[in-house]
Design a protein around this ligand. Structure first.
Ligand SMILES: [Zn+2]
Length: 324
């Protein structure tokens, strides 16, 4: 813990390559220590109670998301989305409202017209969102304004920090700041499932009674109206695989997807446009775009007709109205 504190204290003064070397050293040790629970945690495969499966009798859900971290990512975003579009995929793009770049109206409109979803990624990207309840409440008010203005229903915290109780203060249909298993994150405890999970608001007694009476009508939503769906990402993030662990192939994504498919869960990945090398420049802080393209082609080819592919807002909607 002290080692970690010292590292974060010194971090701003260290060059990127040295910081990365330190992180890689610890990541390799962690990888060995957690080999029974990462990238696959066998205990996370159990379906929710009364689970009826995915729409159209599909075996699993296949979902794509992007967190745009910096101006580089904002500028490169379209190249990434074009790869998805050319293969018939869509994703959610999570923007930081008060980050390095300015999100334009035109961009939001353009994304939605093309069938992509827009989500909110924190307020700032400073790792301080959950430092105190007062700060969170103050930021939550601003985040709610962005959710409304951008027509967004989903949220993801920077650095996958989270407090699922506090997230009830956001006007969201879903959150995706969790994962089934990811010991490499600063808050390393996983949600322990590869399925969506309903997070009901314990404070909402009024809504609970509404839920009880409404649940007798077949057309009414089956869950209380206050709460949100938690959608854990279940494939390792690109930054973990290709920057931290220096993987050279898509083998881990392939085998995890096959495992998720076998158990009928969600294969949900987070890819950052910031870290992708689209021009084959050999940039050390990026990985080749062919990696991601190859993975999408693999899923399309090897799992044809097996997956329900849609944007996370639709998954949350479906799950919210599920009979479980
Ligand atoms: Zn981020």
């Amino acid at each position: 813990m002290l080692r970690l504190k010292l590292y974060y204290h010194a971090k701003p003064y260290l060059p990127w390559s040295l910081r990365m070397a330190i992180r890689r050293y610890f990541a390799q040790r962690k990888r060995k220590r957690y080999q029974e629970a990462w990238p696959i945690d066998p205990s996370s495969s159990e379906a929710p109670a009364n689970w009826n499966g995915w729409p159209e009798q599909k075996q699993f859900a296949f979902i794509l998301s992007h967190d745009v971290e910096s101006q580089i990512g904002y500028d490169q975003l379209d190249k990434l989305l074009q790869i998805e579009e050319s293969l018939g995929f869509r994703s959610v793009v999570n923007f930081i409202p008060k980050g390095q770049y300015r999100v334009t109206e035109e961009r939001l409109l353009n994304l939605k017209e093309r069938g992509f979803e827009v989500g909110v990624h924190g307020l700032y990207h400073d790792g301080k969102l959950y430092n105190s309840l007062t700060r969170f409440e103050n930021r939550a008010r601003q985040i709610n304004q962005y959710l409304k203005n951008w027509g967004a229903t989903g949220f993801r915290s920077p650095l996958m920090h989270r407090n699922l109780d506090w997230l009830h203060k956001l006007d969201i249909a879903y959150d995706s700041s969790t994962f089934d298993t990811d010991p490499f994150e600063p808050q390393p405890d996983g949600l322990g499932t590869i399925f969506p999970k309903w997070i009901s608001n314990p404070k909402s007694e009024r809504d609970k009674s509404k839920f009880t009476s409404a649940s007798h009508e077949s057309t009414a939503p089956k869950r209380p109206s206050t709460g949100y769906v938690e959608l854990p990402y279940t494939l390792p993030q690109d930054s973990t695989l290709y920057l931290l662990l220096k993987e050279q192939t898509i083998d881990i994504w392939k085998s995890k997807t096959a495992w998720v498919a076998k158990h009928g869960g969600m294969a949900f990945v987070n890819v950052h446009p910031d870290y992708i090398d689209f021009e084959n420049t050999g940039n050390q802080s990026q990985y080749p775009s062919a990696i991601y393209a190859d993975f999408l082609k693999h899923v399309k080819r090897e799992h044809a007709d097996q997956y329900w592919h849609t944007i996370p807002n639709e998954v949350a909607n479906y799950f919210r109205n599920c009979d479980s």
